[in-house]
Write a protein that binds this ligand. Structure first.
Ligand code: AMP
Ligand code: GLY
Length: 434
């Protein structure tokens, strides 16, 4: 009898998790939306609130789940991993307490300072919006201002980049949040390293660069992430191996300092002139970054999860030496004024033809779409992603770009993600800073 595995969450990230697990298990899905990609890989799916611990445990028990993998941070914060573990379902995902490394940004920075984690930027924490606003008003330095809680990646404002000091002060006063972290503005190139973690083991995956800003050329508001790329090796073209190793050392130091941690630890780094600094930690795979690393993971993901379950050392994962480019199709107007309810037509033959034309592979991952009887429709969030895989980033980009011709009207894509021009601009930026 094969193992029954429950995946919590219904975005592109969870579709990628489901795809990585499905060949080796009986898969079940629980999410707030019906993701047609996850549904097609699953024995059964259920829709419900992803923070409803009782509802999730009930479903896990009904389907006889042996193991669970949690995608969304909101579920971790709600204690879904704690509740599933208590019910005897081994869960690859941290407890609510361990997930505070993501869900409470003040805790995250204080923890880093207390344990002398390398790459910690200068910061101050506030539990009163007026005090935070006064501090920002008086400082002459550029800062990043962050509400301490979860904001779906959209809560941060950076002075000298997105906003002026005056706008940051006004934002703090008017946002309704009381607790803030105000920190040194880091300047450089951002990258992500995600690691599989259990019992002190830290097994990293290739670095990825996400694109948070809504429009080409890093303009516009922050989003959940518009697209991302990785290279056919662990590093990215603008970083050295030593810099990648420094980022991994930061993850290792963090795991050493945490009392216990099971799941994925995601480090968001700024590669500065002085090396990698920590923008933040997440307690789960990134979305989109899961769609870059899981498709090139050669080691079955279930082997890693099962090793953790059995209390064994995690197998050292191997990755196919292929570059990946992931591009999200989002509803027109996303993220400020998204146009929900547009019909989506995804022509799978266009996706296959794009891969064949460039001699690579193309994968389709569904995200927040409304799967109605008469077709697929956009919601207010990211709709679906296409990932191109090839020997180099430029070819992977060409595949993703051609495949996205499959996106119908009412959708928008960041055309520049993974293009040779954009990658070169990242290299040039780092050369200038160094
Ligand atoms: P976060 O929600 O912490 O991931 O922040 C969202 C985005 O804000 C990051 O991806 C960065 O682009 C930017 N950001 C956050 N913290 C800083 C910082 N200290 N310096 C510069 N940019 C930052
Ligand atoms: N890609 C950013 C995140 O998953 O938080």
């Amino acid at each position: 009898m094969s193992e029954s595995v429950l995946v919590i969450g219904g975005g592109g990230r969870e579709h990628a998790i489901a795809r990585a697990l499905a060949p080796d298990c009986d898969l079940y899905g629980f999410a707030s939306n019906r993701n047609p990609g996850i549904a097609s890989l699953s024995v059964g799916t259920e829709t419900g609130d992803e923070t409803d611990t009782d509802g999730i445990v009930d479903y896990a028990e009904t389907v006889g789940a042996d193991t669970a993998v949690v995608g969304p941070e909101a579920s971790l914060q709600a204690g879904v991993a704690d509740a599933l573990n208590a019910a005897g379902v081994f869960t690859f995902g941290p407890t609510a307490e361990a997930a505070r490394i993501e869900t409470d940004k003040a805790f995250q920075r204080e923890f880093m300072a207390q344990h002398h984690i390398p790459g910690t930027p200068g910061f101050e924490t506030f539990d009163d919006a007026d005090a935070a606003a006064d501090y920002v008003d008086k400082t002459g330095d550029d800062v990043a201002v962050k509400p301490t809680g979860l904001t779906g990646g959209k809560g941060v404002r950076v002075t000298g980049d997105q906003v002026t000091h005056g706008e940051a002060v006004e934002y703090i006063r008017e946002s309704g949040h009381e607790e803030w972290v105000v920190e040194e503005r880091l300047v450089g190139e951002e990258f992500t390293v995600q690691a599989f973690v259990h019992d002190g083991d830290v097994l990293p995956s290739p670095a990825v660069q996400d694109h948070k800003r809504a429009y080409e050329g890093d303009e516009g508001p922050n989003t959940g992430g518009m697209g991302s790329y990785s290279d056919a090796r662990l590093t990215l073209p603008f970083m050295t191996e030593t810099e990648y190793d420094r980022a991994v050392e930061i993850l290792e130091a963090t795991v050493d300092a945490l009392p216990e941690y099971t799941g994925v630890l995601y480090g968001q780094f700024m590669l500065t002139a002085e090396g990698p600094k920590v923008v933040e930690f997440n307690a789960r795979f990134g979305d989109p970054e899961a769609m870059n690393v899981l498709p090139v993971l050669e080691t079955p993901f279930l082997d890693i999860v099962d090793a953790a379950r059995e209390g064994e050392a995690l197998p050292v994962p191997s990755f196919r030496p292929e570059a990946t480019v992931c591009k999200y199709a989002v509803p027109a107007g996303y993220p400020t004024d998204p146009d929900a309810g547009a019909e989506i037509t995804v022509d799978e033959s266009t996706i296959e033809a794009a891969a064949a034309a460039h001699g690579g592979e193309a994968l389709l991952f569904y995200a927040s779409i409304d799967d109605r009887d008469d077709g697929l429709y956009t919601t207010t969030s990211r709709a679906f992603a296409v990932v191109g895989l090839a020997d180099d980033i430029a070819t992977a980009e060409a595949i993703a770009a051609d495949a996205l011709e499959a996106a119908g009207d009412g959708l928008r894509v960041r055309e520049d993600v993974g293009t040779a021009e954009l990658v070169q601009s990242r290299i040039d930026h780092m050369e200038r800073l160094r």
